[in-house]
Write a protein that binds this ligand. Structure first.
Ligand SMILES: NC(=O)c1ccc[n+]([C@@H]2O[C@H](COP(=O)([O-])OP(=O)(O)OC[C@H]3O[C@@H](n4cnc5c(N)ncnc54)[C@H](OP(=O)(O)O)[C@@H]3O)[C@@H](O)[C@H]2O)c1
Length: 250
């Protein structure tokens, strides 16, 4: 097992103002990295900067904007790129969704991962860099109340895998990993769906959560991402993240 020091390195974390992204930024900073944290709402980012200190560099912007991706990768030359930002789809069955509702995660999550991944490959990032993209357990199980979310997240897993194969063929030394967290109320994307799926199944939220086992916490996601970023033993292209740990998904 080879571990790489993150001290003195730079990371970019998208969606760093709350939920998983904030916990990831905190975990990377705890290991000595500087983190450029992206979200659209400047005030929330400034609050995170107040908590995490000077190692957190707030960057207000839309992570799906291709110009922002190009500029940030060029400016920061990140050793670690965490593509976590994601939209919360409406919780409704298909018959109650518009096309705009159905495709929200394609326009934000998939577009963001596409733009940053292309920048990582064309730059290219330095050998030894890591690009960690947020898919979801829903990419395997489906999610009938969240429109195109599961398909968008499955595409992110494919996209990360394609990039990993291209990086290997070009001997770039960049590792691309997708992560598939289980649903949890510990984040803005999962919380409304714990409520929605409890209702869908006619059970309480507590019963729904006990049915999926121990609850995954944002802090565990932060530590898991920092482990995957720094330990070469995590050599799989994709990992499930659950409350019981990190498990290869491929
Ligand atoms: N929570 C779960 O149960 C769960 C399970 C599986 C996978 N995931 C995935 O994990 C990731 C994080 O989820 P979460 O629950 O932690 O979400 P969250 O609490 O809602 O946080 C989302 C973060 O992304 C930012 N964001 C959203 N759209 C953005 C955009 N276009 N540009 C820049 N920033 C943007 C938000 O800030 P602004 O709104 O200010 O931009 C916020 O910082 C998502 O990709 C989600 O799909 C979550």
């Amino acid at each position: 097992m080879t571990t790489t020091e993150l001290a003195g390195t730079t990371a970019i974390v998208t969606g760093a103002s709350r939920g998983f992204g904030r916990a990831i930024a905190a975990a990377l900073i705890a290991r000595g990295a500087r983190v450029a944290g992206i979200a659209r709402d400047r005030q929330s980012l400034d609050e995170v900067a107040g908590d995490l200190g000077d190692a957190f560099i707030p960057v207000a912007g839309d992570a799906a904007d291709p110009d922002l991706a190009g500029r940030l990768v060029a400016d920061h030359q990140p050793r670690t790129l965490v593509l976590n930002a994601g939209a919360t789809p409406i919780a409704a069955p298909l018959s109650q969704q518009s096309w705009e509702d159905f495709t929200v995660n394609w326009d934000s999550d998939v577009r963001q991962v596409f733009n940053f991944t292309r920048e990582a490959l064309t730059g290219p990032l330095a050998p030894g860099s890591r690009v960690i993209s947020f898919s979801s357990g829903a990419a395997i199980a489906g999610s009938p109340l969240s429109g195109g979310y599961a398909g968008a997240k499955a595409t992110i897993r494919f996209l990360s895998g394609y990039a990993g194969a291209e990086a290997a063929r070009r001997s770039l030394g960049i590792r691309f990993v997708s992560v598939l967290p289980q649903i949890t109320p510990d984040g803005g994307v999962g919380a409304p769906f714990v409520t929605a799926y409890a209702g869908y199944n006619g059970v309480s939220e507590e019963q729904f959560l006990s049915g999926i086992g121990a609850v995954l916490r944002a802090g565990q996601v932060g530590d898991a991402v920092a482990d995957i970023a720094s330990d070469d033993a995590y050599s799989s292209p994709a990992y499930f993240l659950t409350a019981t740990g990190i498990k290869p998904a491929a």
